[in-house]
Design a protein around this ligand. Structure first.
Ligand code: ATP
Ligand code: MG
Length: 560
């Protein structure tokens, strides 16, 4: 049912329940569903739910449905429906024939609402939303019965039919279950089942002027589809008694059960769709796929492979205890995967010119570079070399501190796959900034191994100035600087002003001009990168997917 190889050995309380149910013969097969509301794009939190639902179905030989929970036409759009399907597929899962919509069940749900009315278990209430809130009571005080609670079945049937026919304005009336206004669980205090909404629905258009609530639609949709294990996040735990009440009181074709697990919380990140929409509307990010966003399309644009997300979710695991996961774990999964698969290339992000005084003018040559030391099958490529090169600006210091082993006046280093060079002089501009290094190279060290066996302490990456292609490179940091944005005030005050650094003077080795869009590459010594969709043949744009760890930066941080 899915292209993803079954990951063996996953073990958690949900899988234990499913295993026990199958072994005890309570079900012949397991059926799960992923139920997004099409009111935004999917994010890394949804990935946890997707991997769990599809993963469980796959591991136990069952099936998983994709069901849109499209019961609130005011916020839902066709654009989101299409994007969600695309993102679930991208993550590696396939629902086969089981693409469903709660809106497909509107007629059946309406029939079941009539069933409740006829059995005296639902009534039309005329209280205003404010009055309803006041009657509901609080966590410590019981609620009070609505004055409309004891309407006759006939009157309820009549009013509900007129609600459907569009006879009343939005908010004028609701249909409520008649359960218990004194219940300790507020969800059982006569919850709303239907509200009036004169809004066009992406799929049913103007056919309806009443829409079922999440609570009325969800469990019944599960039952219609034969879902056996309805897996959701912990905030629905208090809704479970209502879920069960509805299943017990309706002639549904099967009896699904709801189980709750902890949602994924990521440090330095917000995952609420309301906030994500706000970040876009207020221009803090460029859109849903801005690579700093936690959405699946943003991660894809940034170059994160779907397999790394699945690995991340597997390592996070499934439990009932809430916790905050470090995004460094996702970075780790990305590095581990790309280290095995991504071709190596050389790119200079902040160029400093190097002139080799003893290299003949007008001459150039090709040196051979290894594509991926982790993958001998990846082969080698020629890299052009010449008299004028670029190295990374921070690979040179005029007055190097003790632990800085890279280039400095009088010092010799290795240029990767090329030669040993020695810095003779640093040329400065009027402001005293180093703008060029005059160096010499040792022709005997071609390939990077001197015949006399002498050692250098650093190997630098470089590009040939005459052959390099210019590019813009975008470096990303956490969108928020606080681990829990908004923990002490407005979450927007925690935005990281340095979350995007655009470098537009970068120089890349020519092979990178042929990199396929979206295909991850390693820029040696820097990290993993992927071409951005903004990239054009004459103006390449790369995103940094994740940095490599940098021992120098770590030491500096420690010294501070
Ligand atoms: P929001 O509250 O931001 O609108 P949501 O949870 O309502 O998000 P849905 O589209 O209803 O978004 O979510 C679909 C499914 O994904 C639900 O079953 C929900 O529990 C699950 N889900 C959403 N966020 C997370 C998360 N952070 N971790 C795990 N599962 C999640
Ligand atoms: Mg929801």
């Amino acid at each position: 049912m899915s292209e993803v190889a079954v990951e063996e050995g996953a073990r958690d309380f949900i899988r234990d329940i499913v295993r026990a149910d199958l072994e005890a013969g309570r079900h012949d097969t397991v059926v799960t569903r992923f139920p997004p509301e099409p009111n935004g794009y999917l994010h890394i939190g949804h990935a946890k739910s997707i991997c769990l639902n599809f993963g469980v179905a796959q591991e136990f030989g069952g099936r998983c449905h994709l069901r849109f929970d499209d019961t609130n036409p005011v916020k839902e759009e066709q654009e989101y429906i299409e994007a969600i399907e695309e993102d679930v597929r991208w993550l590696g899962f396939d629902w086969g024939e089981h693409l469903h919509f709660a809106s497909d069940y509107f007629e059946q749900l309406y029939e079941w609402a009539l069933h409740l009315i006829r059995h005296g278990k639902a009534y039309v209430d005329d209280l205003s939303p404010e009055e309803m809130r006041a009657y509901r009571g609080t966590l410590t005080e019981p609620g009070r019965n609505s004055p409309w609670r004891d309407r006759s079945v006939q009157e309820n049937l009549d009013l509900f039919a007129r609600m459907r026919a569009g006879a009343f304005p939005d908010g004028a009336r609701v249909l409520r279950a008649k359960i218990d206004m004194a219940s300790g669980n507020i969800n059982l205090r006569d919850p709303v089942l239907y509200r009036i909404l004169h809004a066009a629905h992406p799929r049913t258009g103007d056919a309806w002027s009443i829409y079922p609530t999440y609570d009325f639609a969800h469990g019944q949709s599960d039952a219609i589809e034969g879902v056996t294990h309805s897996l959701c996040t912990l905030e629905f735990e208090d809704h479970r008694p209502l879920y069960d009440w509805l299943i017990d009181n309706l002639p549904v074709p099967s009896r699904p059960r709801q189980y709750e697990f902890a949602r994924l919380n990521l440090a330095y990140t917000v995952l609420s769709k309301r906030r994500l929409i706000q970040l876009i509307a207020e221009g803090h990010v460029r859109g849903w796929d801005d690579p700093r966003m936690p959405t699946l399309r943003a991660l894809r644009r940034r170059g994160v492979p779907p397999a790394a997300i699945r690995d991340f979710v597997r390592r996070v695991g499934v439990a009932r205890a809430d916790n905050l996961v470090e995004p460094a774990l996702l970075d780790h999964c990305v590095r581990e995967l790309l280290n095995r698969t991504a071709p190596r290339r050389m790119a200079v992000l902040r160029p400093l010119k190097v002139v080799l005084e003893n290299y003949p003018e007008g001459q150039s040559e090709f040196l051979e570079a290894i594509n991926n030391p982790e993958d001998p099958g990846a082969g080698r490529r020629p890299v052009p070399f010449g008299r004028e090169l670029y190295i990374e600006r921070d690979d040179f210091l005029e007055e190097p501190p003790k632990k800085f082993f890279r280039l400095a006046p009088g010092r010799e280093v290795r240029l990767r796959y090329a030669y040993f060079i020695t810095c003779r002089e640093a040329i400065k501009d009027a402001a005293g900034e180093v703008v060029e290094l005059r160096c010499t190279y040792d022709p005997a060290t071609r390939g990077g191994d001197p015949p006399d066996g002498r050692k250098v302490k650093a190997t630098l990456h470089w590009v040939s100035a005459t052959h390099a292609v210019p590019a813009e490179v975008r470096l990303y940091d956490h969108l928020f600087r606080a681990p829990e944005p908004g923990a002490s005030g407005d979450y927007r005050d925690d935005l990281n002003p340095g979350s995007l650094e655009g470098l537009d003077q970068c120089r890349l080795e020519p092979a990178l001009a042929e990199a396929a869009p979206g295909e991850p590459v390693q820029f040696e010594r820097q990290g993993y990168f992927a071409q951005d969709p903004d990239s054009r043949p004459d103006k390449l744009v790369f995103n940094r997917t994740v940095a490599l760890r940098d021992s120098w930066a770590r030491l500096q941080a420690k010294d501070k």
